[in-house]
Design a protein around this ligand. Structure first.
Ligand code: MN
Length: 538
């Protein structure tokens, strides 16, 4: 077996049991994730929550030699104790170095811990189960979008092909044909041909063996073979599933690779039946698997770290963009590639501008800063909003508005459960908000009595929705008109915006719907006004 490419499945059967001072590495390996052996040193890496952390380093010798000790110390920042004991070390920040050292270079390839091929196999099987007989589906990666001259935006994979394959690479095509006569034709992945030149300039792309290991697809071909292979398959098919982007908020003003390829396929095969992949994907992608929840939890954890850093940083006179930089610093150093969406850091009146992304003003004593910020991790999004007082203490009025929003947030979370309609939920949240705004004296009972049901009185101060699906996309796909199901993940984000008081408060957490309620993925992020003040003081 190639030393450079050992994954959990390949490696576990060969793992010898090794007990060091009560820490049974062989036994724990299954729970922990995987183990790398190098010479006589074992490193146990835990993959919980989708990110690797070294949990133990142990020598298999009773007395490790000096060279071994030095090697381990060099890569983990921790020595190993006498007697070769497996010293427990929590050295997340050294993991990348260890993986490189151990030859797991494919993990160097991507900054984040990728999800297992079995997940993608299952996702494709679920999609294919809903296809009509004798039909083919084609999915395309995003292009790398140009800016000016020879500039480009950073590559961002199209979420559907990512969800079906895990391949985070441009020039990728997936073809699914469950009824293909030849079993080898039922799933085919086309990837960008890697070569020496590409490796020198951009770094190598997945080779065929790596693509198979990452996706669970046996038949990997170079993208240049797509037209010929696809034409051969179409001879056996009656219908073709094409993908599109029917997201209600999407502005489809740029032709994507999917649009371009769809147009070509429609022109080349005008007499076939065409079907749409998106409705199937909306149903499937909205239900998160445990692996995806773990990845989203990691994004939330990174977001938490950013927020805690910011609580130490905020003081009168800091610029909104300096706060943005603090978040970014914490995100990048934790393996995120940055913000999951353009962050909003708005102090004072800016908090009332719902899509304020200038982040250019000075934060003044007495103002509250609204921060709508989330990290991405492994392409999954976190979406958090917190509001903090610039000078470290809320005024009584600010605190009253803050607590009103918090109360609506908690009430809203309790409404979200399987079977509930998102439309009814939004009506009920509106009722909760109406009560709070009456108590704050922002609206009157007369205004409520006379309100237009299409635009109730509370909308004057809370004019946006309370929840949206979240996942690979921040405003993720899902069937909005169907009842809520276990496995959905939503934001809960009520807000009150009082322009005349230069005060905007929004609070937002991400929650996973379970059989009997929800799990708050951000429950560990400071939320109560007292907590925020205490952390800013300390
Ligand atoms: Mn949101």
């Amino acid at each position: 077996m190639d030393q450079k490419y050992r994954d959990v499945e390949q490696f576990l059967p060969a793992a010898p049991v090794c007990i060091q001072n009560g820490f049974d590495i062989g036994k724990n390996t299954v729970d922990l994730g995987f183990k790398i052996e190098f010479h006589k040193v074992a490193i146990v890496i835990k993959c919980e929550a989708g990110h690797p952390a070294v949990v133990a380093v142990a020598s298999r010798d009773a007395r490790p030699d000096t060279a071994q000790k030095e090697q381990i110390a060099g890569f983990t920042g921790k020595g190993i104790g006498p007697n070769g004991l497996g010293s427990l070390v929590y050295v997340i920040r050294h993991v990348t170095k260890i993986l490189r050292w151990a030859g797991l270079w494919y993990l160097r390839f991507m900054r984040y811990q990728s999800l297992p091929a079995d997940l993608y196999k299952k996702n494709r099987a679920n999609f294919m189960a809903q296809m009509k007989p004798r039909s083919i589906a084609a999915f395309f990666s995003n292009d790398i979008y140009p800016t000016s001259a020879d500039g480009t935006l950073p590559f961002k994979q199209a979420s559907d092909i990512l969800w079906l394959t895990g391949v985070d690479q441009e020039d990728t095509v997936l073809v699914l044909f469950p009824d293909a006569h030849n079993a080898n034709d039922r799933e085919i992945l086309f990837t960008l041909e890697t070569n020496e030149e590409l490796a020198i300039w951009e770094g190598a792309k997945l080779d065929k063996a790596q693509a198979t290991a990452a996706t669970g697809i046996a038949n990997i071909q170079w993208t240049t073979a797509f037209d010929r292979t696809f034409h051969r398959l179409m001879a056996e098919a009656d219908a073709l599933y094409l993908n599109d982007n029917p997201h209600s908020r999407a502005r489809n003003i740029v032709e994507t690779r999917t649009d371009r390829e769809n147009a070509a396929l429609r022109a080349n095969y005008p007499n076939y039946e065409f079907e749409r992949s998106a409705p199937i994907l909306y149903g499937l992608r909205a239900i998160k698997s445990q692996e995806e929840v773990d990845q989203m939890q990691r994004a939330c954890d990174i977001t938490k770290a950013g927020f805690e850093r910011v609580l130490q940083f905020v003081k009168p006179g800091v610029m909104e963009y300096e706060i943005e930089a603090e978040f970014m610093h914490e995100f990048l150093r934790r393996g995120s590639r940055g913000f999951a969406y353009t962050p909003i850091i708005g102090s004072g009146f800016n908090a009332c501008v719902l899509h304020y992304i200038e982040n250019s003003a000075e934060c003044k004593a007495g103002d509250v800063i609204l921060m709508d910020v989330g990290a991405e991790y492994g392409n999954y999004a976190a979406d958090m909003t917190r509001c903090v007082p610039v000078s470290g203490k809320f005024t009584d009025r600010q605190r009253a508005v803050y607590n009103a929003v918090l109360s609506v947030m908690r009430g809203a979370m309790n409404l979200l459960k399987p079977g509930v309609s998102l439309h009814d939920y939004h009506v009920q949240v509106g009722e909760l908000m109406t009560k709070e705004l009456l108590d704050l004296g922002l609206i009157t009972a007369d205004e409520v009595a006379d309100q237009n049901p299409a635009w109730p009185a509370y909308k004057k101060y809370f004019m946006h929705g309370t929840s949206h699906f979240i996942g690979l996309d921040v405003h993720d796909v899902g069937h909005w008109h169907e009842p809520i199901q276990a496995g959905h993940v939503f934001t809960v984000e009520p807000g009150v915006y009082i322009r005349e008081e230069n005060l905007g408060i929004r609070l937002e957490n991400d929650i996973l719907i379970t059989e009997d309620g929800y799990v708050d993925l951000m429950t560990h992020i400071p939320l109560e006004a007292d907590e925020i003040e205490a952390m800013m003081a300390g």
